[in-house]
Ligand binder design. Structure first.
Ligand SMILES: Nc1ncnc2c1ncn2[C@@H]1O[C@H](COP(=O)(O)OP(=O)(O)OP(=O)(O)O)[C@@H](O)[C@H]1O
Length: 358
């Protein structure tokens, strides 16, 4: 049965009280551990004592349509296990996963195969390209699996190859490409079927920092046009803050905080989250959009009392500070199309930069 929210639209992904326990008779052991009651950590402790590995411990979250949702945490915190449960590459031990309202845990295997082929795109850290196929053949492969005719899949492959900036390299083999180019092929291949849901598990982690930054920028540009519903995994807080609409921070199989990049940096839920956010160069990493008062939400009509030049939503806080330093009155904030979308008060800016106590 489809489950919808108050507005009538189901979230793109809804995950509720999800458990993934590795080991013998995991389901029965989990039931027994839960019957004793207590927090997920206590239940996990009982499972540990039985020699099981409770990798994901009763987590819940929603991903909205078109949202870029980042799951972040240290190595071993359970990130990859979560993403594998969402596509049922792993069978969760307990809990519910719904894709656009459809309960996929109850879906029969054939339906699951169809969902993976038509609705879901996946990109992993190790590109997983076929070495004996050209770029074009690799990218067209999922369309071949779908049974699309040769001409249609060649045309679509070229389209997405162009989208990821590899036009002209469609005849190359993976061994002839750099790491960054190979990952672009992986991204193009996952986009070929035009998935609604996109799972990316540390897609840029194997790349050197410069290429990594470049691919992050390209990824943001792609997403601003595509508006896919995305679950993106990373262990890098800077990457999470740069890309995310919202971030879920995981520790020991649990989610300790879900929030926007600004909420995570400015209002960390505990010391673990604060530790991640501590060394972030806020002025460089955070944008005006993340701390402005939106129009109608304290930003009033957007700029009646404002003087001085408008700030752009995409501007870094450092650049905004340089602009505001000349005029300490509130500033209008405009989006890429020049529309007034909010107000920035210089004291909010200074607070966000950590120069005064909140
Ligand atoms: N197939 C498996 N069998 C047993 N334990 C597993 C299995 N897969 C994962 N685990 C364990 O589950 C826990 C979470 O692993 P997971 O790979 O999800 O973490 P992660 O946050 O993605 O880590 P990394 O960033 O290093 O990839 C770890 O303790 C791991 O050893």
């Amino acid at each position: 049965m489809a489950v919808t929210n108050a507005a009538g639209a189901a979230p793109a992904i809804a995950c509720e009280d999800l458990w993934m326990v590795f080991g013998e008779r995991a389901r029965r052991q989990l039931d027994s551990a839960r019957s004793g009651g207590g927090s997920p950590a206590r239940i996990a402790g009982r499972l540990h004592d039985q020699g099981l590995i409770p990798a994901v411990r009763g987590i819940s979250f929603d991903v909205k349509a078109g949202e870029l949702f980042v799951v972040m945490g240290l190595s071993g915190s359970g990130k990859s296990t979560v993403i594998r449960c969402l596509s049922r590459l792993l069978e969760p031990t307990a809990g519910a996963v719904r894709i656009a309202g459809e309960d996929i845990i109850a879906a029969p295997p054939r339906r699951m195969v169809a969902l993976r082929r038509r609705k879901m795109g996946m990109v992993f850290q190790h590109f997983g390209l076929f070495p004996h196929m050209t770029v074009a053949e690799n990218v067209a492969y999922p369309l071949k699996v779908q049974g699309q005719p040769a001409a249609a899949r060649a045309a679509r492959a070229l389209e997405v190859i162009e989208l990821v900036g590899l036009a002209g390299r469609e005849g190359a083999y993976p061994r002839e490409l750099s790491g960054g180019q190979r990952q672009r092929v992986g991204i193009a291949r996952s986009l070929a079927v035009d998935p609604e849901i996109w799972f990316l598990d540390e897609p840029f982690s194997a790349l050197d920092p410069l290429i990594r930054r470049q691919l992050q920028d390209e990824f943001l540009r792609l997403q601003s046009g595509l508006r896919k519903s995305i679950v993106f995994i990373t262990h890098d807080i800077a990457e999470a803050l740069k890309l995310a609409d919202r971030i879920a921070i995981m520790r020991d199989g649990e989610i300790v905080q879900i929030g926007t990049p600004a909420e995570i940096v400015l209002h960390p839920a505990d010391d673990y989250v604060a530790e991640f956010a501590r060394d972030i160069p806020r002025g460089k990493m955070m944008t005006v959009a993340s701390i402005m008062q939106p129009v109608g939400a304290g930003g009033e009509g957007g700029g009646e009392d404002c003087r001085g030049p408008a700030l752009a939503t995409a501007m870094s806080l450092d650049d905004a500070l340089a602009t505001c330093a000349a005029d300490l009155s509130p500033h209008r904030v405009t989006d890429g199309d020049g529309r007034v979308v909010g107000t920035m008060r210089p004291d909010d800016l200074v607070r966000a930069l950590g120069a005064v106590a909140p």
